[in-house]
Design a protein around this ligand. Structure first.
Ligand code: FE
Length: 128
């Protein structure tokens, strides 16, 4: 899938909720995402550009209401310091198309100790 070149192309490709999350750094409502409870084996990809982002092997139930992962597929995401909303967080974006995915925290389980907190609507799932 080719990365859109203008915001109007992004709007055509994405639902309004996806556009808000991926392109405007929004957050979907907790416990509403369709992939939250998905336990199938496969790969989670960027809903905007199809980049492979997370393996089902790293998914866990964090209890937060968003799909959570202990790690990302190497080189698939980028990290940015996010000072918005009076917090210091690390934003996670797709390395291919730059879309906002969620945040990563240091309170996850082993082996990485990381908790990637990712909006379900920013992901697609490819079953293996
Ligand atoms: Fe992407």
């Amino acid at each position: 899938m080719e990365t859109p070149k203008s915001e109007s192309e992004w709007k055509k490709r994405l639902t309004p909720e996806q556009y808000h999350v991926l392109r405007e750094k929004g957050t979907e409502m907790a416990f509403t995402g369709k992939l939250l409870k998905n336990k199938e084996t496969g790969t989670y990809t960027c809903a905007a550009c199809d980049q492979k982002l997370f393996s089902s092997d790293t998914k866990f139930d964090s209890g937060t209401g968003w799909p959570s992962f202990t790690d990302a597929i190497p080189s698939s995401v980028e990290f940015h310091r996010d000072m918005s909303h009076g917090m210091v967080r690390t934003e996670v974006t797709c390395a291919k198309c730059g879309s906002h995915l969620g945040h990563v925290f240091d309170d996850g389980p082993g082996p990485t100790g990381k908790r990637f907190c990712i909006n379900s609507c920013s992901l697609d799932f490819k079953k293996q």
